[in-house]
Design a protein around this ligand. Sequence first.
Ligand code: ADP
Length: 189
Amino acid sequence: MITVLLGPPGVGKGTQAQAAAASQGWMHMSTGEMLRDEVGRGTELGLQADQFMRRGDLVPDDVMVDMVAVRVSQVPSKEVLLLDGFPRTLPQSEALVAKAPSGAIGLSVYFRAPDEVLVQRLLSRGRRDDAREVVRHRLAVYHETTEPLVGFYREQGILREIDADRSIEIIQEDLVRTVQAALEANFLP
Ligand code: ADP
């Protein structure tokens, strides 16, 4: 069961996904981490992506779709793959439907927090794309381009919301419970 994690930069979905994957034996794919790894190794793809990431812009859809296509096409239906950072645009979400096994996209979890909380968290994180102007731009890009995906998954009846302005532990319990419930509803007898 592919689980799409949605939410603004700084909302903590990466941290939450990593912890849940480790404790539950779920798979976790973070496109941001994959891109930073490419940048760090100085690959062709990394050099290309770096231009966009520095500015807080999205990496082009075709690059991202190529990056995730094989993994998302191979998810066994009873295994959980937490998708963190993909899709981020409507064309990416449509590409995911096309590449994933039929019926595999079983859940989308939407992490919500107010912008002022996010800005504070991002500025204190200190990653290279977390400088103040870049942060503001990433939030604007999020609201304009990625937030519409909330409606896309809500219309399919698979959206669940999590209040991410709470403690890490409480959010973790909420996430694990939400994924387990969807897994049981969708895939267990
Ligand atoms: P955050 O968790 O703060 O939102 P990520 O680590 O997920 O940041 O992503 C960092 C950067 O990588 C993004 O700002 C964007 O430039 C690029 N990126 C990651 N995933 C995608 C994607 N699916 N489409 C386009 N760009 C992406």
